[in-house]
Design a protein around this ligand. Structure first.
Ligand SMILES: *[C@@H]1O[C@H](CO)[C@@H](O)[C@H](O)[C@H]1NC(C)=O
Length: 655
């Protein structure tokens, strides 16, 4: 559309021989608003509001009054989610909180909160949902009058903020009162202590150059504000590509103020970066790229990008951001050969402006990936935010996968191999919701993706090749066992062992294998080439009879910013080596033999004793007393008693 409006703009600064100002000739490139045909979406989070202030609470110390002035540039997008949470250190909901909501258009606000008593005073008409404690009234339009009104009504305000195109507001209540006596709005106010807003930029411009879409496209993010103090300010940048096809190279230009550290969360081979300020990549290992000097003016930057050879698909000026997501909805079209055909091709690549229902569903994210499959649960309660919408049916991409309904929800669950769900890389599940409304035959389609929950899996092997054929479920005592630990995750950071131990069943002491990342004796950790997987080996030195054990492992994923821990365990069988030789002869036959021998000895001994006894009785009549007989009887009985008595003495504690 904007190819036709080929204007030649000469933004030619004065050429001064000794100055650094160059004659910037930006031929054939005018930045123009992208309009309805959205090429990209830019979502950013910020705590800097265009106008805001804080002050002491109202006279009633148990009351908080917050004024939010919501400004929407597109009334069809006037739908905002408000999350109210308690500030750190706040003890329960001790305060009564009032939000005063004003706006330049009709708006819908979806409120999520912990169970704190909150009431709303809202401009009419608006939809505040859930519709509890909402009082509609005609509020003054200007900030000044609104503040005065609140002071008169409540005896003071806790905070005031003007929010432009807010998609999602995170607000903390229950903070310590601020010190200023009066709330006097300041522009570009930092509300970082209590407020964070997600915003879709409405300031995206583009200039597609004289030749229409070119081989390479550039996206520019121009951040106006730098860090407040001399500290470094981290800005997270993610680039998503929702469009299909078109693997043309993409240049991302990040223009910020000094002191900014750009961290790139997602990156692919086709992406190239120019950044003023430091740049680092979160993937795999932290990597810093040298700073680049980028021109100070928009014209200078455009010239450097070279619009004759690259089209500027988006140029977004953002005043301040903590994180930015660039979602490329429309890929660059194929190079020249196909360009003429593209003019007549169906407008498939054009993304129509989403309907309010689509926006709402995307915001509610009613999908969830579990270990078993996709789960959809859309609360009807939340649909009340759009009173004009009556949903009659929800299906997945496969129309036979239809959501059921109860009084409160639309719900559906399906396995991943069903309902046209695409499971990419075993982790990303993709499908779409198709919503049918009572009022219109047009269906609303909401594509979505969710990731399977992260899960740690332990697997044992007999050999260091970790081949499926050597996979096992048992550990052999005194032999090397190989362990593979893998994490199902979308992250690409390396997975490392932190603590691992083998805990045999019963009272047998455990064998620690790895402690705080270091292998202990009989353990070897293998260097790993692939992320998400880790390998080590160990030799179990257990003594005593152990039949089973549990292998516990605590692993960590280390990215530049954080370390995340995961626990996993595996039940294993223990195989003892064949018993040592001195026990070997004692088969059942030997035992029987010994028993029979003992029996024979007993019989013979008894017979002998009887013989001696009977003879001594005969001899006793002729000879004087021989005292050996009772003694020998008692000694034989003493012997048997003594042998049972000796056992308690032999128990020496092992513990
Ligand atoms: C309706 O279904 C949803 C999702 O399965 C469930 O969470 C909810 O409790 C159900 N409501 C009633 C009233 O049964």
């Amino acid at each position: 559309m904007s190819f036709g409006s080929m204007k030649t703009v000469w933004c030619c600064a004065l050429f001064l021989a000794l100055s650094t100002v160059t004659c910037a000739k930006v031929e054939g490139c005018t930045l123009e608003p992208v309009g309805a045909e959205q090429v990209v979406k830019v979502l950013y989070t910020t705590s800097t509001v265009s106008s805001g202030c804080v002050s002491r609470r109202p006279a009633d110390a148990n009351l908080e009054v917050h004024i939010l002035h919501l400004k929407y540039s597109d009334p069809s997008q006037a739908l905002t989610k408000l999350n109210v949470s308690l500030a750190k250190g706040a003890v329960g909901c001790n305060h009564k909180t009032v939000f005063v909501l004003n706006s330049n258009s009709t708006f819908a606000l979806l409120v999520q909160t912990e169970d704190c008593p909150i009431s709303f005073i809202s401009k009419e008409p608006s939809f505040v949902h859930p519709n509890r404690n909402v009082t509609m009234m005609d509020l003054p339009a200007s900030s000044e009058e609104l503040l005065n009104w609140a002071r008169r009504t409540y005896g003071g305000v806790s905070s005031f903020a003007v929010l432009e195109n807010p998609q999602h507001i995170h607000f903390q209540v229950g903070r310590e009162p601020s010190t200023p006596e009066n709330c006097v709005p300041e522009s570009n106010f930092d509300a970082g202590e209590y407020l964070e807003v997600e915003v879709f930029s409405s300031e995206i411009k583009s200039c597609l150059g004289p030749g229409g879409p070119l081989r390479e496209t550039a996206h520019v993010l121009w951040l106006e504000q730098g860090p407040r103090d001399s500290a470094t300010q981290v800005v997270d940048v993610s680039v998503k590509r929702t469009c299909k096809g078109g693997e043309q190279r993409l240049l991302l230009v990040l223009r910020g103020q000094p002191g900014i550290l750009w961290t790139i969360n997602q990156m692919s081979d086709y992406m190239q970066f120019w950044a003023s300020g430091k740049l680092s990549f979160n993937q795999i290992s932290p990597r810093f790229l040298p700073e680049m000097a980028l021109p100070d003016t928009i014209e200078g930057l455009i010239e450097k990008i070279d619009p004759v050879n690259r089209s500027i698909a988006s140029f977004t000026v953002i005043s301040s951001a903590k994180s930015i997501t660039l979602d490329v909805l429309k890929c660059a079209e194929p190079p020249p050969a196909a360009t003429t055909a593209a003019a007549t091709s169906p407008p498939a690549a054009v993304t129509p402006t989403p309907s309010l229902l689509e926006t709402l569903v995307k915001m509610l994210k009613p999908w969830r990936c579990t270990d078993h499959g996709l789960e959809i649960a859309l609360a009807k309660f939340n649909l009340l935010a759009l009173p004009s919408v009556t949903l009659t049916e929800i299906t997945l991409d496969d129309p036979s996968c239809k959501a059921r309904e109860n009084t409160t929800h639309f719900f559906l669950s399906s396995a991943f191999d069903n309902c046209k769900t695409h499971l990419e890389g075993g982790i990303h599940a993709k499908n779409q919701l198709i919503l049918t409304q009572a009022s219109t035959p047009d269906k609303v389609t909401v594509p979505f993706q969710c990731d399977l929950p992260e899960k740690l899996r332990l697997q044992l092997y007999r050999s260091p090749d970790f081949a499926p054929s050597s996979s096992t479920t048992s550990v052999e005592v005194d032999k090397v066992t190989y362990v593979q630990v893998s994490l199902r995750t979308a992250e690409k950071a390396p997975l490392m062992p932190y603590d691992c131990l083998l805990q045999p069943s019963g009272m047998v002491p455990s064998q620690q294998l790895i402690r705080e990342g270091l292998p202990l004796t009989h353990v070897e950790i293998f260097p790993d080439s692939s992320p998400k997987t880790s390998h080590f080996s160990f030799t179990y030195k257990g003594k005593g009879v152990v039949l089973s054990a549990t292998l516990f492992c605590k692993m960590y994923l280390k990215s530049e910013k954080e370390m995340r821990f995961f626990n996993g365990s595996l039940e294993v069988k223990i195989e003892s080596p064949s018993p040592p030789p001195h026990n070997q002869g004692l088969g059942i036959g030997a035992v029987l033999g010994i028993t029979f021998g003992a029996f024979l000895i007993g019989v013979l001994l008894t017979a002998a004793l009887w013989y001696i006894y009977s003879h001594t009785r005969v001899m006793a009549k002729t000879q004087p007393a021989v005292a050996t007989l009772p003694a020998s009887e008692s000694s034989s009985s003493n012997h048997s008693v003594g042998s049972t008595q000796s056992t308690p003495c032999s128990t020496s504690s092992m513990a």
